[in-house]
Design a protein around this ligand. Structure first.
Ligand SMILES: [Zn+2]
Length: 445
């Protein structure tokens, strides 16, 4: 019998088998068991009874641009991980670009880990980057514990992270398939982007026309073909075009090793509501029409979309100029992903079990984090305690992000995060955050 030091009790605990009254027993940071609600508290253990508040598995956000070191005026490990803790997220996986250096060699990975170590309020993992000239670095990065590799197929927005053409993609995929690694892909086809009308404009409609669905659809079809041919594991980042759901579903059914994520902004915001000049809504691929959003929710309901993650990609305010063509592309939402998605999910008849699957279990599986993503014996005692019925209005002043520009300002959302627990310790108590206690993670598989 293990030594249980904490029992977390609620009438609503979200487990992989459903939501039920339960007492979650914790031993040394690990979940020892999910006991009946009525189970006694062992001698020496502390009871934390959260009443009717819901206990969710801590969220895993596998798509965060921390930008540290190098562009820390945009974001940093201190502020990003505080925002995560405040938002019920217990693990983030950092994207390899926008920091200087980018995570494209083992040496650069070590630089980033050294910067993150003392600042991590939640657990932090790292994606590597696949560039045209770093195929030789991919296996060493894999051996060093990165969760997979990100590549672009069209310009990334920063010069130090160039995109791959189809031939370079094939070379990188072949190398990665050799050690059963994972390639995660920003899938927009450069030829379709070049053919679309590109002009300086404050009108959202002009921006939307400049990033057509066809660019996504074509890039994803090419990726499916390459993954099939090379037997490689691939993941489509930030899916916006719902047209691609059908080919992705067909590829999955056929046995192609492909997964896909979407993001809170695609699932809760629509092109129709974006005011001209409001470049806090700019991201690539773009937020599309309401009908597209309905189809993405169908993709979630059908299980075609595997996870929902933030793609938190902030910048300083001066880069969010009113001209959509030149403004920095990236939406800042790390702290708000859970309430944003829950608000829309409940409206569409989904439960918190679904949210836990999309925002915790799914991203944990993607990143190969076996100890994360569920309330069950043997996993880390990571929890988000929320009042799902309570609402709040987003006030940027209440955000922990370094830059508080957000597309969600003024929105009233359901789901107030009351507490966040990381490996059995409360790191967020009603918005009061503790000192950093996050670990740097490495891929388990
Ligand atoms: Zn991104």
């Amino acid at each position: 019998m293990v030594d249980v030091n904490l029992v977390l009790r609620s009438t609503r605990v979200v487990t992989p088998e459903g939501t039920r009254p339960a007492a979650v027993a914790v031993s040394g940071g690990t979940i020892a068991g999910v006991w009946p609600y009525e189970a006694g508290v062992p001698a020496g253990a502390r009871l934390e009874d959260v009443g009717d508040d819901v206990v969710l598995p801590g969220l895993v956000d596998s798509h965060v641009h921390v930008n540290d070191p190098g562009r820390t005026e945009w974001e940093g490990f201190w502020t990003a991980t505080r925002a995560a803790a405040a938002g019920g997220i217990t693990t983030i996986v950092d994207m390899p670009l926008n920091s200087l250096p980018p995570t494209t060699t083992v040496e650069n990975l070590r630089v980033k880990q050294d910067v993150a170590r003392s600042k991590a309020h939640v657990d932090v993992g790292f994606w590597g980057g696949a560039l045209p000239d770093n195929v030789k670095d991919l296996r060493p990065l894999h051996d060093a514990g990165v969760h997979g590799f990100k590549c672009f197929l069209s310009p990334s927005g920063v010069d130090e992270f160039p995109e791959l053409d189809q031939e370079q993609l094939a070379s990188s995929l072949a190398e990665i398939a050799g050690f059963d690694g994972l390639m995660i892909v920003h899938a927009e086809d450069p030829h379709h982007l070049a053919a679309a009308p590109q002009k300086s404009s404050t009108a959202y409609a002009d921006f939307l026309a400049s990033r057509p669905r066809d660019a996504e659809n074509t890039a994803i079809q090419n990726l499916i073909d390459q993954a099939r041919r090379l037997g490689a594991r691939v993941h489509v980042l930030h899916l916006s075009s719902s047209d691609a759901l059908e080919p992705i579903a067909a590829a999955k059914a056929e046995g192609v090793k492909i997964t896909v994520e979407s993001c809170p902004h695609f699932l809760t915001l629509t092109a129709e509501e974006i005011p001209d000049g409001a470049t806090e809504f700019k991201c690539c691929p773009p937020i599309r029409e309401a009908a597209n959003q309905d189809a993405l929710w169908q993709g979630l309901a059908d299980g075609v979309i595997d996870c929902v993650v933030s793609d938190h990609s902030p910048s300083t305010a001066d880069l969010k100029t009113p001209d959509f063509s030149s403004a920095w592309g990236g939406i800042s939402s790390l702290q708000l992903g859970l309430p944003a998605i829950w608000t829309e999910a409940r409206r569409r008849g989904h439960g918190l079990e679904d949210v836990a699957r999309w925002m915790s279990a799914g991203p944990a599986r993607l990143a190969g984090l076996d100890r994360k993503g569920g309330i069950e014996a043997g996993k880390d005692a990571d929890f988000a305690v929320i009042d799902p019925e309570a609402t709040f209005t987003v006030d940027p002043a209440g955000l922990q992000h370094r830059n508080r520009i957000t597309a969600y300002a003024g929105k009233t959302l359901h789901g107030v995060v009351k507490a966040t627990w990381l490996r059995g310790e409360k790191i967020n108590d009603g918005g009061t955050l503790t000192d950093p206690s996050g670990l740097l993670l490495e891929r388990n598989n």
